[in-house]
Design a protein. Structure first.
Length: 124
């Protein structure tokens, strides 16, 4: 699925999406990496993390709660989110949101979050 101003779907129809997700995704990756690398939980303000996660979730769902145009292709500077990347973004935002809300990260959740953040970062 694509996220950006305009992209051409596979069947030739225009796919309009005024959401620019790449900067939000980069910001999210940086915040989570900063939070995971420091030993204290106070390195990133929980309110800042929650705001960033909610903004990213809104852009992914385009404010409607539904996935935007899933059949669009990558054109020009459009960011293409394949289903695996989309799933990893959703999983990482869920874990980051619960962590920012005060839940503790177990070793397994920390590894999952780190793995997803690395995957997202490599995809950008």
């Amino acid at each position: 699925m694509t996220f950006k101003k305009t992209a051409q779907p596979m069947d030739g129809k225009n796919c309009e999406d005024n959401t620019v997700i790449a900067p939000s995704l980069k910001s999210f990756v940086q915040l989570v990496k900063k939070s995971l690398s420091s030993k204290s939980k106070n390195s990133v303000k929980p309110s800042e993390m929650l705001k960033n996660v909610e903004l990213l979730e809104q852009k992914i769902s385009n404010g409607s709660g539904h996935r935007p145009c899933a059949s669009c292709s990558c054109n020009g500077d459009t960011l293409l989110l394949d289903p695996v990347l989309h799933h990893r973004v959703i999983l990482a935002t869920g874990i980051a949101k619960s962590y920012a809300a005060g839940a503790d990260l177990s070793g397994k959740r920390r590894k999952i979050l780190q793995s997803n953040i690395e995957y997202i970062e490599n995809s950008l």
